[in-house]
Design a binder for this molecule. Structure first.
Ligand code: JHZ
Ligand code: SAH
Ligand code: ZN
Length: 405
């Protein structure tokens, strides 16, 4: 039995991916000998409805001065965060006297939009290398992990916030109660906390199992987020689906009783109950669905190898660490991964040790098949590569099932 990180009730895992490395630990040749691993199991708590990792590596092993994920590698995500910021500016009528805090501001992809609108803002970002990019843009960043004591310090040093924002960060933090206490401390009376993360409903529906890796300790739903918020005298007041990262949800939280609760919240909770996200049987078939994708993909890759086809991958994503390690995809089946991120290039993928090469070399490698690890950016990437792929090269995708086209 394991203890729920939210309500402390006991729960059992429903899927076990076995030993996994740190998803973003792209390694040089020398590092390959002693890779850290942990057992990656996921469970569902019947009391508070939270889906969560059983074990997670220490935060310092994942987020540090050599963190490999830089938010601004996708043009689509740049425009997404521009629109996100604009919506907050109008919702809270922000001006030069307001104050916005972002938790996990990475390279400044969100806050650059407040800066250009002259709205005072502050980033909290423990990974120094990505924070440096934001600092170079002129954004103020505290390079620490956000928690309740830091929130208290921020509200003393600056002022309370009109908006606390966070994208793809809340689901990374096991000490979630300290975060919610911090948000409660930091928010003005009519302030709002808006965050988005990959949505549990989409993950179950699409079997997007690769959203599960060390950094993603929680898979949120309106059910679990509303439970968590109410534990801290906060209230879930709106939910808005997003197409980013394969299907996300944006949650808006306010001090309890201050804002009207949108009909969106009630309808989403009803929908989640209808599809059974509050019952453990919803999760029972997950392993079988993942294993079906595994069998189909491995069979395909083995056939292509037998036929002498050249197969490479596109996008050295965190998600692909789960795919390659759980499926047993080695450089024998997929020659290399092309990626635009300098810190990942000329290194080996975690655990599977597939070489990661600079994107500049992708076209000259002349592949027959390209396995799209960055499937969440399919539209942006396929558009960019249409001419090159032509009619005699093929994409392979595997969410929700294996497809070649
Ligand atoms: P991408 C990361 O997940 C980690 P990942 C983290 N845990 C999370 O939740 C989300 O981000 C927000 C490359 N690329 O966005 C860049 C190209 O080469 O799917 C990236 O390395 N060419 C915080 O790692 C990778 O692909 C391109 O044209 O799963 C994409 O990673 C594009 C668009 C991307 O996130
Ligand atoms: N918001 C960006 C970045 C997501 S990457 C986007 O959506 O693209 C996740 C980031 O959260 C990393 O940069 C990591 O360093 C940061 N992070 C992890 N724990 C944190 C914490 N406790 N407080 C603030 N940031 C944190
Ligand atoms: Zn619980």
């Amino acid at each position: 039995m394991n203890k729920c990180l939210v309500c402390n009730d006991n729960f059992n895992p429903f899927v076990d991916f076995g030993n996994m490395p740190i998803a973003n630990a792209f390694a040089s040749k020398e590092d390959l000998q002693n890779e850290y691993t942990f057992e990656m199991k996921v469970g569902f708590c019947e009391k508070c409805n939270m889906v969560q990792l059983v074990e997670q590596p220490d935060r310092e092993k994942m987020f540090h001065e050599n963190y490999a994920f830089f938010s601004s590698t996708s043009n689509y995500m740049i425009s997404h965060f521009n629109a996100f910021a604009e919506s907050v500016i109008s919702l809270q009528s922000l001006n030069e006297k307001s104050f916005v805090v972002e938790v996990g501001s990475n390279d400044g992809i969100m806050l650059q939009n407040f800066l250009s609108n002259k709205i005072p803002c502050l980033g909290v970002e423990p990974s120094q290398n990505v924070a440096n990019v934001a600092i170079a843009k002129g954004i103020e960043v505290i390079t620490k992990f956000f928690d309740q004591p830091l929130a208290k310090e921020i509200s003393k040093l600056h002022q309370k916030a009109d908006a606390v924002l966070s994208a793809n960060v809340m689901c990374h933090i096991p000490y979630i109660h300290s975060i919610y206490d911090g948000v409660k401390t930091l928010l003005k009376e009519d302030g709002i906390f808006i965050f988005e993360d990959p949505y549990l409903g989409e993950i179950i529906e699409k079997t997007s199992f690769d959203q599960i890796y060390d950094e993603h300790v929680f898979l949120f739903s309106a059910l679990s987020v509303s439970y968590l918020a109410s534990m801290h005298d906060l209230e879930l007041v709106n939910v808005e689906p997003q197409i980013t990262h394969g299907g996300s949800m944006r949650y808006t939280i306010a001090h309890k009783g201050v804002k009207d609760v949108s009909q969106n919240v009630t309808s989403l909770i009803m929908k989640e109950k209808k599809i059974g996200l509050d019952k453990k049987y919803a999760y029972m078939n997950f392993t079988n669905s993942v294993d079906k994708i595994k069998d189909d993909l491995i069979r395909l890759l083995k056939e292509l190898k037998k036929d002498g086809k050249k197969v490479v991958a596109y996008g050295a994503t965190s998600k692909s660490t789960t795919v390659t390690n759980y499926f047993g995809i080695t450089p024998d089946l997929v020659e290399c991964i092309y990626d635009t991120t300098p810190i990942k290039q000329n290194k080996f993928s975690p655990g599977a040790h597939i070489p990661v090469l600079p994107y500049d070399q992708f076209r000259q490698s002349n592949p027959d098949y390209v396995l799209l690890f960055a499937w969440n950016h399919a539209e942006e990437i396929m558009k960019k590569e249409t001419d090159f792929m032509g009619s005699n090269r093929h994409w392979i995708t595997y969410i929700p099932d294996v497809k070649v086209f």
